[in-house]
Design a protein around this ligand. Structure first.
Ligand code: DWN
Length: 390
């Protein structure tokens, strides 16, 4: 039974940056979050049609985040050394920062966003520009055979029907093959109050506990869990038909159990923390505005779309958002319509405070913006609490 515990109010498509003349047609939906008492899965109450989010206009370009390019290079090397796969498939290949480390002759991409499917196709990888499901799994198996390694980063949590997703994986995974995927960690979200991990694309926020329940129902087993710092705290889940289960699985499930991940009350407490975070952030920004201070946001992220729309923050409180992604520059942020500008076109010293829209890259940004701090600038973050720091 699914029980609602959080209402993040009316939200837009988190990655749909807009031109002025697109505002009148902007899509919104009510973002409510539920806890499934049977599987322990945390999900959106109502899903958004995938075509509205993932299409040829998708703006999130993985390779423009240097930290992520390095991350995928080391993951590819590690998986190759340990599992020595021949046939490799990536679900959600974006512009290829992971798959580029594998042989195009024996590697396959699945990428529903046509603009990025074109990129890996041009790189020489057979790319299926479609959503992952049983039918596509069968088609790829008939054309390319079984897969020894199936990898996916920040995509499996986007897939609404997990039973179909995992059945499709099992259908094409070779006897001794491994399925490895990374997604934001529910436990890290609950620990840090990072409610902005919840947005239209993230149909679910995964715990090892819930994934284990669902995978076992689909004849697959988690045999290892790596805890990662990327994207504000993620888990890398290793799945196979029947490999020996390692201690890290029990260890992660125990940590989740100890935190209360199986109890609905935990989510009610989290929701209270989210409401306080909103109150504190709006009060802080309103106070700074009253003092005549200028505030900018760094990183036009899906996460900050959630924050600005949940907290009703617009241009009156945050003048603009800087971002390094060319496709986002010159457009308006979803829902809040705060202008997104090229970081290089802004003198950050014109501002007194910078909100960390990409708080998951806090260290990278603080390092880049040393001059801003040396000139008296201060950062604002809402994770783990609303605070000002330099
Ligand atoms: O799950 C998802 C994750 C992987 O990426 C996708 N559903 C959508 C997207 O979520 P996000 O937009 O919250 O991800 P990031 O990686 O936190 O976005 C970083 C944004 O910040 C990019 O637009 C680049 C920008 N950026 C910047 O302007 N200056 C990043 C850095 C490091 C910087 O210094």
């Amino acid at each position: 039974m699914k029980k609602e515990f959080l209402d993040l109010r009316r939200q837009p498509i988190a990655n749909k940056f807009l031109k002025e003349d697109e505002i009148s047609d902007e899509f919104f939906f009510d973002l409510k979050v539920v806890f499934d008492e049977d599987t322990k899965l945390v999900s959106m109450k109502d899903f958004v049609k995938p075509e509205l989010m993932f299409n040829e206009d998708y703006k999130y370009n993985t390779s423009l985040s240097t930290p992520m390019v390095n991350h995928f290079k080391s993951v590819a090397q590690m998986l190759t050394e340990e599992f020595q796969p021949v046939n490799v498939m990536e679900i959600g290949s974006n512009d290829g920062p992971f798959i580029r480390h594998f042989d195009p002759e024996t590697s396959v991409c699945v990428e529903p966003c046509g603009n990025f499917a074109e990129v890996t196709d041009d790189m020489g990888y057979k790319t299926y520009a479609d959503f992952w499901n049983k039918e596509l799994s069968q088609k790829i198996k008939s054309e390319c055979g079984y897969m020894d390694l199936i990898y996916s980063a920040n995509c499996i949590c986007h897939i609404q029907d997990l039973d179909e997703c995992f059945a499709a994986v099992k259908n094409i995974l070779s006897e001794n093959g491994v399925f490895v995927f990374e997604d934001p960690s529910l436990l890290r979200m609950l620990e840090r109050g990072s409610y902005d991990q919840i947005y239209d694309e993230h149909a679910h926020i995964f715990s090892v506990t819930a994934l284990n329940n669902i995978l076992i129902n689909n004849g697959l087993t988690i045999f290892r869990v790596d805890n990662l710092s990327v994207h504000g705290g993620s888990n890398r889940i290793y799945v196979a038909r029947n490999r020996p289960v390692e201690f890290s699985v029990a260890e992660n499930k125990q940590r989740e159990y100890d935190f209360g991940i199986n109890n609905f009350q935990t989510y009610e407490i989290f929701a209270e923390r989210v409401r306080k975070s909103k109150k504190d952030l709006v009060e802080l920004l309103t106070k700074l505005k009253g003092e005549g201070k200028r505030v900018v946001s760094i990183g036009a992220t899906s996460k900050s779309t959630t924050v600005f729309n949940y907290c009703d923050i617009g241009e009156s409180l945050i003048e603009c958002i800087t971002d390094t992604t060319p496709d986002k520059q010159g457009l308006l942020a979803p829902g809040s319509h705060i202008p997104v500008v090229d970081r290089e076109s802004v003198n950050l010293n014109d501002y007194d405070y910078a909100f960390l829209g990409a708080w998951n890259f806090k260290d990278v940004i603080a390092n880049k913006e040393r001059e801003f701090v040396e000139n008296g600038g201060k950062f604002i973050t809402h994770v783990p609490e609303v605070m000002v720091f330099s």
